[in-house]
Design a binder for this molecule. Sequence first.
Ligand code: G4P
Length: 528
Amino acid sequence: MTFQEEIKRRRTFAIISHPDAGKTTLTEKLLLFGGAIQVAGAVKSNKIKRDTTSDFMEIERQRGISVATSVMGFEYKGVKVNILDTPGHQDFAEDTYRTLTAVDSVIVVIDVAKGVETQTEKLVEVCRMRDTPVIVFINKMDRYGKDAFDLIDEIEQKLGLNPRPLSWPIGMGPDFKGVYNLFERNLVLFNPHGKQREKDVVKFQDLSNEKLEKHIGGDAAGRLREEVEMIQGVYPDFDKNEYLSGELSPVFFGSAVNNFGVKELLDCFIQIAPSPRASKTAEREIKPDEEQFTGFVFKIHANMDPKHRDRLAFVKICSGTFERGKSYRHVRLGKDLRFSNPTTFMASKKSIVDEAYPGDIVGLHDTGKFKIGDTLTEGEEIHFNGIPSFSPEIFKYIENADPMKSKQLAKGIDQLMDEGLAQYFEVEATNRKIIGCVGQLQFEVIQYRLEHEYTASCRWEAADFYKACWISWKNEEEFSTFKRRKMRNLAQDKHGKYVYLATSAWDLNSTQELFPGIKFHFTDEVKR
Ligand code: G4P
C-alpha cells in the first residue's frame, strides 16, 4: 500500500458523551464489528464511578484499564479505525479536551431520555472551536425519551451544531420499530430479542410504496412519511463537505446495548469521516502527506508501578512515517532522541510497531523528558497549536505537610502537572502554590499519588477563587498599575503566563472595567 493510501484509509476519532449516555457500550459494539474483540464485556469501562470517589484502589485499577484502552485500533472494510478513549468521569474533563486535539472527528452520544447534558455542551464547544466534524448518535431508543424533533432542536440550541438527521426513529420505548436510514435509503427494523439480521434491513428508495405498511403498520407508516417529508423540507440536504468543515452534523438514532443502528453508524462513518487532516503549527500548516515525520504529545500516562517513575507518552502522528529506532528532534529540548520500542494499540493489545502513519498514535517510553504538547520532528523547529487550557472550577492552596520532604513534593507536583493532571498557579505576591481542578476527585488523586509515588505529603487549604483568566496587554504602563493594584490575584501558570484569579463574577467585571486595556481570556492555547 502506498503512503497516500495508508493516510486515506485512517479514521482517528473519539466518542464523547455525558457519563452514562452509552459511550462505553457503543465503543464495545464498534470493536465487535471490527473483530477487535470477540465477546461483549471485553472492554471495561474506564469510568471511575461516582460512588467510589474515595476508593483509591478503584482509581488505580481504573488507571490500569485506561492505559490499556487509551487507543483502540481496528480494521473494518479496509479502513484503519483508531478510537481514542476519553475519561468517563467529568472531573477529568481536561484530559478529554486534550484528546480532542488529537482526533480528526468526533461521535457524540446523547441519551434519548436525558437529551443534551452539561458535560456534552462543554465538550462540543471544544470541537466547535477547532471545527472538528461531529456526528451525533442518539442512544437508548428502546426506552421512552424525548421527541426526536425536540432533540434535534436541543442539539441545535444547546450544542450550537447544525444537525441533519441521517436516520429517523420509528416510535420509541416498547413501541420502537426501527429507523429509516436516510443515507442509504433503507428501513432497518428493530428486533428487540435478538441480533440484527440481514432480512431486517429493507431497501426503501420511495417511502410512498405501500409495502411500508406491511413492515411497520399503518399508523407508523403514515407518521414516518410525514416526518421524513418534514425533515427534507426543514433541514438542508446532507453535504459531506459541510460536515467535513464542521458546519453540519449528521444525526443517527439507535440503541447501543441492543447493537441497533450501530452498523449503520459505522458504515456511514467510514464513508464520510475525515482521514487525517492538516494540523496547524505556530509556524505553518502541516499536511499529513508531507514526507518528513512530525507529531505531538497529547497525553502522558504514568507507570502503574510507583517504584518506577517512567511513563508512556502518547504521540499523534501528523505527517510522514514514524520509524522505530530512527532519531527524532525533541523541539522543546533541542535534542535528538531515538525510540527503540514504540508501541501501538489494537483494541486492548499493545505491540511494538516498526512504522506508523499520520492518524496513528504511538506510545513512547518516557523517563520524564516529555510534557503535554511537546513536538517531535525530523529537525524542523515547529510548535503545534491548540492544546487548550480552560479555567479550573475549584482552586486550593497546596501546602507541604512534611518539612523533610519538600524536594519530593516539588518534584511530584512538577511531574504530575506535566502529565496534565491539574493546573498549577503561583501567586505573584506570596509565592503560594495553587492547584486548580475541574472536580474534587482530582485533588484526591494528586494527594494519593504524591504519597505513593513521591513519598511526599500535602495539605489543602481553601483558595476562594472563581475563575482563572489568562491576561494579555499592550500598554506596559497599564499592566504595571494592574500588577500593583491586583497583586494578590495575580499568578503565573506553569508556563510562566500571567493569570488573573478572580474572586467572583462581579470582581472580574469590575476589574475589566477598571483596566480596559487588559484582555481577559477564559482559555489559553498553550504555545509550545
Ligand atoms: P458511558 O460509558 O457513557 O458512561 O455509558 P455506558 O456505556 O457505561 O452505559 C451506561 C448504562 O446505559 C449501562 O447500564 C448500559 O448498559 C446502558 N445502555 C447503553 N446503551 C443502552 C441502550 O441502547 N439502551 C438501554 N436501555 N441501555 C443502554 P448500567 O446499568 O449502568 O451498566 P451495565 O450493568 O448494564 O453494564
